[in-house]
Every structure is written in structure tokens, then in C-alpha cells.
Design a protein around this ligand. Structure first.
Ligand SMILES: Cc1cc2nc3c(=O)[nH]c(=O)nc-3n(C[C@H](O)[C@H](O)[C@H](O)COP(=O)(O)OP(=O)(O)OC[C@H]3O[C@@H](n4cnc5c(N)ncnc54)[C@H](O)[C@@H]3O)c2cc1C
Length: 484
């Protein structure tokens, strides 16, 4: 199918990557003139981490990332009053986490496309008109195109969502906070691999020292501090941040002084997107556009990747272009309840992230000090880590040419090597298909496999047998893994 994806952040390239694997014709459209760089750091773990491993990009992500050692809360004099060693979190997720720039993740996923996907930069979908057999898409700059499907992966303020579903205000749920993030050069106070944060009721400011003498600053504050002020321009944003944080103590004066030289400040409301449905007609949404969980969930990136992956899997499982509606429905049925659970947890977490009262700050500090007692830490942190809950239900779909394939299985992987020496490895993720009783459909070309046609297979050994019975036939085979 011809599919146009608006937005080349995290979800867009991820969707393009998996759709390309099953030979869909994909166009990526990105508003920015080039792939974005810089920006805020995200914690990366759970299903996104597992998927990065599956795509073979994890080593690069880890190379770009930071293994945070400590989260430290300090008072207005810089004295430690709470916090926890990051290995508390690490232990809860089996050591499988890193902290990395959002743009580095996006660029790494995009890099995995190997230039195989047409990308239009500096443009955006501007109009959608459904026809009897497709969508007529217009753009801000490029000439119109007729496609089968449209996907909005254009983030929290999605234009595609607005075009297909209506204005943002209908779906946006404020969590009562705003966030600002910026990067400063040469900031002198540094604590390597440590998030250092200071909070007063309703306002929190933190810094994280990065490579190349850069420091990331993150400010979170209650909406009421905005006082209706304007934040459209860079200068207005800086003025707003200065007015809110100037009397905070700790390093707030130095940080605000360093902000003077900054040329980009991320500034937005902490909001969630909640919708009744993620698709309408031939248009679907993915990532923040569909269901932003907000920074308070600490896993929007991984969830955006998982949504894209599942959507791609469902579209790959389509019998033909007419099946898209069923695929969209399956995608939504699999992911929406799970994401809504994450949104609920994030909304509850809001007041711990930037407590609104002195008592709340004291409570948070006290609880995090108790994290030194391992069972207490596990109780709190364990509640937020459930990477396997999602991966048990992902769909997967791959294509490859098979000719006298050699099939091998290790503890976590299943690979097929064809006569030309090409190997495709299917890594299970989390407790995925090969750890759970799998339900695997093989849809080979005629004559491939012992059963010679589409078959349902419920054990790995049966799958191996299916392939191993094939000799001398070249064709494309598609696997659909549906975990339980
Ligand atoms: C301060 C902050 C901290 C966060 N911390 C974490 C964290 O610790 N862990 C975590 O997992 N997540 C975190 N998140 C959330 C995470 O950044 C998002 O959930 C994730 O980036 C969503 O990916 P996406 O591809 O849906 O959207 P985005 O990454 O926002 O990408 C959208 C893309 O669409 C493009 N675009 C926008 N409009 C248009 C248009 N009209 N036409 C074409 N292109 C367009 C944009 O330029 C962008 O490239 C944080 C978010 C914030 C704001």
C-alpha cells in the first residue's frame, strides 16, 4: 500500500521501518528542514528498549546514552535532602535502561531506514480528502499525492489529528503543569551522571551534565505561575522562565544567566491526548499524536515505538488494501487499553514530580531516602516497570526470500539463512513469542514449507520444521507472530 506518514520524530521513522520490511510504499513528511538535533534527554527502557534491540540499533543508542548513577534532590543551599541511586530503577528493569536525547533516538531509528524511505523535509500534510479508493493528500509545499492510507505521527500538536478529527482542545487534558527544557554550554557546576533537582511548592528545576561540556536544564511548574503571560517567541519564553524561577535559591540565578545565550527553549504544557478512537476512515494516529502520555510517564518514547510497531504489524497482516479498517481496529484494541493505563499512572504521578506543597516535597524526599532500603525501593519503582505487559501482545511481521533455508534457534532468537547466505534474525522481545506459547501464522508462497501453504503453528519446533522442509524454492514468506 502507499502510506504517507506525517512527522519524522520517533513514531514516524519507526512505523516506516517496519512497514518497509513488508514492502509497503512509504513517504515520510517532516516539518523541520532537517532531522532535529539537541533537545531534552529521555529515560529509555521497557518496550522501546526491547524494540531497539530487536532492530539492532541498541548498541548505538547505548553509545549515545548516559548510564545515570543518581537522582539527587537538593535544598535551596544545594544540600542533599533526598533522592536515590539509579540502580534502584535499573534493578527493576533488569539493567535495561539508558538516558538519551530524544533526537538521538529519533535519528538512530531514522538511520536504520538506510535511505530506503522517501522523506520530504520542510513540509507538512495540509489537507486530506478521502476518495472511494484512497486519500488525496495536499502538502504545504509539495504537489498533491494520492495514497491508500495516512498516518499522523506528528506529535502532541498533530496537524493530521486536527485535519481528520478536529481541534486539539477536544482531546487535550492538561495535567496542570508546564515544562521548559534547554541546553546550556559550559555551565560550571557539573555532577557527572547525576540528575540534580531542587523544588519549592509547584516549581522544580533540575540539571543534568552531558558530554561536550553541555548541561540540560529542565523546569517544571504549575500552570498558575504563567499568569496568562505570552510564550510565543524565544524572548517571551526566557522572560517567563526567569520570572518563575528567579527567586528559587540553589543555582537558579546561575542557570537563568546561562539561559541568556541559549537559542532554543522547549516550552509546552504537560498534557495528555485522550481520544475515543485512533483512526477515522483511512487516517490513523500513532505516538503522541494519538495518545500522548506526557513526560510524567517517563516512557512516551518507548510507547510511541511500540504503537508504531504494532500498527505496522497489523497493516502487514492485512490480506489486501481493503483490510485497513480491520488492521486499524486491531491496533487500537491491542494498544489503547494499555496506553490508557499508562496515562492514568502518569496523571497520578504529577504531584510527586513537582509537589505543590512543602509537605509534598518533604514526603517525596523522605520516601526517596527510604529507597536505600531495597524492598522499599522495589515496592515503589517496581510499580512503574512492567515492560513485559505489552510485549506479550505485540504482532510481528517480516518478509524474506527463502531458498533452502537453514533455521536456527537459540534461547532468545530464531534465525533463517537462505541459500544466498542472507540471514534474518527474529529476536523475541521480553517474554515475547518464543517464551510464551506462540501463535505463529506462516503465509509462504505455494510449495514452501512442509504444509505447502498458509498454516498456523503453535510451537517453535513446528515452525522450524515448516521451514526446514523447504528446498529449492525461492519466494517471499511472511511471518505473523501474535503473542498471547
Ligand atoms: C521534557 C520532556 C521529557 C520527556 N521525557 C521522557 C522520558 O524520560 N522518557 C520517554 O520515554 N519519553 C519522554 N518524553 C516523551 C517523548 O518525548 C514523546 O512521547 C515522544 O517523543 C513521542 O514521539 P512521537 O514520534 O509521537 O512525537 P515527536 O517525537 O514529538 O515527533 C513528532 C515529529 O513530527 C514533526 N511534526 C510536527 N508537526 C508536524 C507537521 N505539521 N508536519 C510534519 N511534521 C510535523 C515534529 O517536527 C517531530 O519531528 C518527554 C517529553 C518531554 C516534552
Amino acid at each position: 500500500m502507499k502510506i504517507v506518514i506525517n512527522g519524522a520524530g520517533v513514531a514516524g521513522p519507526m512505523l516506516a521501518y517496519w512497514l518497509r520490511k513488508s514492502n509497503h510504499d512509504v513517504l515520510l513528511v517532516e516539518q523541520a528542514p532537517v532531522l532535529r538535533t539537541g533537545g531534552y534527554i529521555i529515560d529509555f527502557w521497557g518496550s522501546g528498549y526491547d524494540l531497539a534491540e530487536k532492530m539492532g540499533i541498541l548498541p548505538r543508542v547505548l553509545e549515545l546514552g548516559y548510564l545515570v548513577k543518581e537522582v539527587r534532590f537538593v535544598n535551596s543551599h544545594g544540600r542533599k535532602v533526598g533522592g536515590f541511586p539509579a540502580d534502584v530503577f535499573g534493578a527493576a528493569v533488569g539493567g535495561r535502561y539508558t538516558s538519551v536525547r530524544r533526537t538521538d533516538i529519533a535519528a538512530t531509528i531514522y538511520g536504520a531506514l538506510d535511505s530506503a524511505v522517501e522523506t520530504m523535509y520542510g513540509d507538512s500534510i495540509a489537507g486530506l480528502q478521502e476518495t472511494s479508493d484512497g486519500v488525496h493528500v495536499t502538502f504545504d509545499r509539495a504537489a498533491p499525492r494520492d495514497v491508500d492510507l495516512v498516518v499522523g505521527a506528528d506529535g502532541l500538536h498533530s496537524r493530521v489529528r486536527e485535519l481528520a478529527f478536529g481541534h486539539q482542545t477536544a482531546f487535550e487534558h492538561s495535567l496542570g503543569y508546564h515544562v521548559a527544557a534547554f541546553e546550556v554550554d559550559g555551565y560550571r557546576c557539573r555532577d557527572e551522571l547525576t540528575y540534580v533537582a531542587h523544588a519549592v511548592p509547584g516549581r522544580a528545576i533540575s540539571r543534568f551534565s552531558m558530554r561536550d561540556d553541555k548541561t540540560l536544564i529542565l523546569c517544571v511548574f504549575q500552570d498558575k505561575y504563567m499568569n496568562g503571560g505570552r510564550t510565543s517567541t524565544l524572548d517571551e519564553r526566557k522572560a517567563m522562565i526567569s520570572s518563575i524561577f528567579s527567586n528559587l535559591g540553589w543555582e537558579s540565578r546561575q542557570i537563568l544567566a546561562a539561559m541568556d545565550d541559549v537559542s532554543d527553549v522547549y516550552f509546552d504544557g504537560v498534557t495528555q491526548i485522550r481520544m475515543d478512537h485512533w483512526s477515522r476512515g483511512r487516517t490513523a494516529l500513532v505516538g503522541d499524536a494519538a495518545a500522548c502520555v506526557s513526560l510524567l510517564a517517563g516512557e512516551g518514547t518507548g510507547l510511541a515505538m511500540a504503537e508504531a510497531y504494532v500498527l505496522a504489524g497489523e497493516l502487514c497482516a492485512c490480506g489486501g488494501p481493503g483490510d485497513y479498517a480491520a488492521a486499524f481496529a486491531r491496533y487500537e484494541a491491542r494498544m489503547k487499553p494499555f496506553i490508557e493505563g499508562k496515562q492514568g499512572s502518569a496523571a497520578k504521578f504529577a504531584s510527586s514530580f513537582a509537589p505543590t506543597t512543602a509537605l509534598g516535597i518533604a514526603f517525596r524526599n523522605a520516601v526517596t531516602r527510604l529507597f536505600a532500603i531495597r524492598p522499599v525501593a522495589e515496592f515503589f519503582v517496581g510499580r512503574i516497570s512492567d515492560p513485559s505487559a505489552l510485549v506479550a501482545s505485540v504482532v510481528d511481521s517480516f518478509s524474506m526470500t527463502i531458498d533452502a533455508p537453514v533455521v536456527q534457534q537459540t534461547a532468545n532468537n530464531f534465525s533463517v539463512t537462505n541459500a544466498a547466505g542472507t540471514t534474518v534474525t527474529f529476536a523475541s522481545i521480553g517474554i515475547g513469542p518464543f517464551h510464551q506459547p506462540p501463535n505463529i501464522q506462516v503465509t509462504p508462497v505455494d510449495g514452501v514449507g512442509t504444509s505447502g501453504g498458509a498454516s498456523n503453528i503453535t510451537t517453535t519446533s513446528a515452525l522450524i520444521q515448516e521451514f526446514s522442509g523447504t528446498t529449492g524454492i525461492t519466494g517471499t514468506v511472511q511471518l505473523l507472530f501474535t503473542g498471547n
